[in-house]
Design a protein around this ligand. Structure first.
Ligand code: ADP
Ligand code: MG
Length: 287
């Protein structure tokens, strides 16, 4: 499903001393099947923006269209929209509440009025997608699991709804490097498998750079930059001026270019950097 956002403004607590303009005339088009990284520092409006996409909040002014659903301040048809757009909140494991992993993941599909067999199938499938062993874990309490596993149970609960659009709000926040890499791998795998629209919110350029087709950078309720990782990282001064950096490894490659312009600056991962540097060493040894 594609998403179109037109002149979207959102104000928290309007006409009160706590009034905050969280989104300021945002325009944005997301194509069906795009894999988007949404980045910006805390308070830039990321969570407010994505909550419009499944109708959790509705525009103060402006309009958002998700597939066939159109939402404005007056108009919103939410129950159907929420079946199509799956939103994984930040720290989603805090919302686990059932006594077993199975029941927690089955909760959404049950609400879709699926048969017990279909629900069972969905729970198995989505546990497999996030690499949780069904037989081993289905009857365990989520609270006995590790932080990374709990997070994946929560993600599986959203995947079990088979959403056309999958939105993850800082899904790696607070995880150790292993837990973080697992989530990144699984989201990537999911997107490759289903080619669904994915919006991955993060404040880590490192996480996003190696994952997504397009990066959207938010700042103070507006979209500051949008483009492929290469296009966005070329604006390193602008990124730094809004408190975001380019990945360390890209920064290293930029420095190396100051020594030798043969170095490719468009490098975002350790593996790419390694082979680029080895290539350089080999060609200079022969010279
Ligand atoms: P991000 O997800 O990028 O950190 P948010 O969308 O959470 O940004 O916040 C955007 C702005 O809206 C910030 O100024 C924040 O303080 C404010 N804000 C967020 N949620 C609320 C809320 N529930 N009530 C009032 N202000 C809020
Ligand atoms: Mg947020």
């Amino acid at each position: 499903m594609s998403i179109k956002i037109e002149d979207l403004t959102y104000i928290y607590n309007p006409k009160s001393p706590f009034e905050t303009k969280a989104l300021d005339r945002v325009n944005l088009d997301i194509e069906d099947g795009e894999f988007i990284g949404l980045i910006g520092h805390t308070g830039s409006g990321k969570s407010t923006l994505i909550q419009h996409m499944n109708g959790l909040i509705k525009p103060t002014t402006g309009k958002i269209t998700v597939g066939e659903f159109v939402m404005t301040n007056e108009k919103a048809k939410l129950a159907d929209l929420r079946k199509k757009v799956g939103l994984v909140f930040q720290y989603p494991e805090h919302q686990l509440f059932e006594e077993t992993v199975y029941k927690d993941i089955a909760f959404g599909p049950k609400n879709l009025k699926l048969s017990d067999e279909d629900v069972d199938e969905r729970v198995r499938e989505s546990m497999e997608l996030v690499n949780l062993d069904f037989e081993l874990l289905k009857d365990r309490s989520p609270f006995e699991l590790s932080g990374g596993q709990r997070r994946r149970v929560a993600i599986a609960g959203v995947l079990a709804m088979k959403p056309d659009v999958l939105i993850l709000d800082e899904p790696t926040a607070g995880l150790d490097p292993k837990g973080r890499d697992e989530i990144l791998e699984q989201v990537k795998f999911l997107h490759e498998k289903y080619n669904n629209t994915v919006i991955f919110v993060s404040h880590s350029m490192e996480d996003i750079a190696k994952l997504v087709d397009r990066i959207i950078v938010m700042h103070a309720g507006k979209i500051e930059l949008s483009g492929t990782p290469k296009e966005v990282f070329r604006q390193s001064a602008r990124l730094e001026s809004i408190g975001l950096g380019i990945p360390q490894i890209t920064k290293l490659m930029e420095r190396l270019r100051e020594i030798d312009t043969d170095f490719n600056p468009d490098i975002f991962t350790l593996e790419e950097a390694k082979s680029e540097i080895l290539k350089w060493i080999r060609s200079n040894k022969d010279a």
